[in-house]
Design a protein around this ligand. Structure first.
Ligand code: ZN
Length: 322
């Protein structure tokens, strides 16, 4: 199989010396207690009827870690509930209520390196970055903003000094059917001290968290603290990342591939902003991407993955996922 895996997450780790100087780092930094194989004799005994060192190879219990951290400490998705109690006039959804297919979709990396900390990304910045990818945005794509901020991970500069998306630019993405917006900065908005500075200077409180608060009127999801976006292609050729042949087990049986979705057409309901999920047919099929050169066949879960280089080879997964 022609898989290449890229780790897009930052490590969850204790702050390094000198990293935290107040600000968001002080709020979000993880606190990890590392337990050696000698530290956990008590836990081992509790799990195994009082087993002592004599029951452990060379007297070694188990290595473990205890983590104390906020949900925003590492690479994570912000659910609409984080932004405000309501979204689009309804109770804002929490992370467990979001459909996983939004996060398993074609992706595009917008190169926004070169902006200064505190810069607000505006619509023309996005238009230029999209243009540079060689293809327009398509509804349902995951848009990842690459500032290069992950290069500062583990330094004081990481937590507060970065550019961020303005409200108008956030709406511009949402209007194009983008539901998931990722960033390699700690937050989608500009660094907190810059928002605070501008609020103090202007008295305009709408500058505080302007991108997050767009979610009050337009439901969307953020991925924060991404990393290694430079290892991804900026935009796959359009037809290599759209599912073109999809099986529908319930309609045509598992032996025949007959459901055709051509070109860049969005699959039914996938990633549509405000799409009415309840009205979708049970045969709902959701496209997949992130992995170059692959076609995925998805029916309410992953049943088969096809290697585009060897299309005759259909690999059933041991168990349907999802
Ligand atoms: Zn967050």
């Amino acid at each position: 199989m022609n898989f290449r895996f890229v780790d897009l997450s930052v490590p969850i780790q204790n702050p390094v010396e000198g990293e935290i100087s107040g600000g968001m780092g002080a709020i979000l930094a993880a606190d990890i207690e590392y337990q050696t194989h000698a530290d956990t004799h008590r836990e081992f005994a509790a799990m195994f009827a009082g087993a002592g060192p004599e029951a452990m190879p060379d007297g070694q219990a188990i290595g473990a870690e205890k983590l104390k951290l906020t949900a925003h400490a590492g690479t994570h998705v912000d659910a609409p509930w984080h932004y405000f109690p309501t979204s689009e006039g309804r109770p804002a959804r929490t992370i467990d209520q979001l459909e996983l297919e939004h996060f398993f979709a074609p992706g595009v990396v917008l190169d926004l390196r070169g902006h200064e900390p505190g810069d607000r990304i505006e619509v023309p910045d996005l238009e230029a970055a999209v243009e540079a990818t060689g293809a327009p945005l398509a509804a349902g794509e995951i848009v990842c903003l690459r500032f290069g901020q992950d290069e500062h991970f583990g330094t004081p500069r990481y937590w507060d000094d970065y550019p961020g998306l303005g409200a108008a630019a956030t709406r511009w993405l949402i209007e194009r059917g983008i539901k998931v917006i990722g960033t390699d900065a700690p937050g989608l908005d500009r660094g907190n001290p810059y928002m605070a500075r501008d609020w103090k200077a202007t008295g305009d409180a709408s500058l505080l968290w302007e991108a997050h608060r767009v979610g009050i009127d337009h439901e969307y999801f953020q991925i924060e603290k991404l990393a290694n976006l430079g290892a991804l292609p900026s935009h796959h050729p359009r037809d290599s990342h759209r599912p073109r042949r999809v099986r529908d087990h319930r309609r045509i049986g598992p032996e025949r591939a007959g459901y055709a979705v051509e070109g860049g057409e969005l699959l039914p309901g996938a990633g549509e902003p405000g799409g009415d999920r309840a009205s979708r047919e049970p045969r709902e099929i959701v496209g997949v991407l992130g992995l170059s050169q692959l076609e995925h066949h998805v029916i309410g879960g992953i049943h088969h993955v096809v290697d585009a280089a060897l299309t005759h080879r259909l690999e059933p997964l041991p168990e349907p996922v999802g």
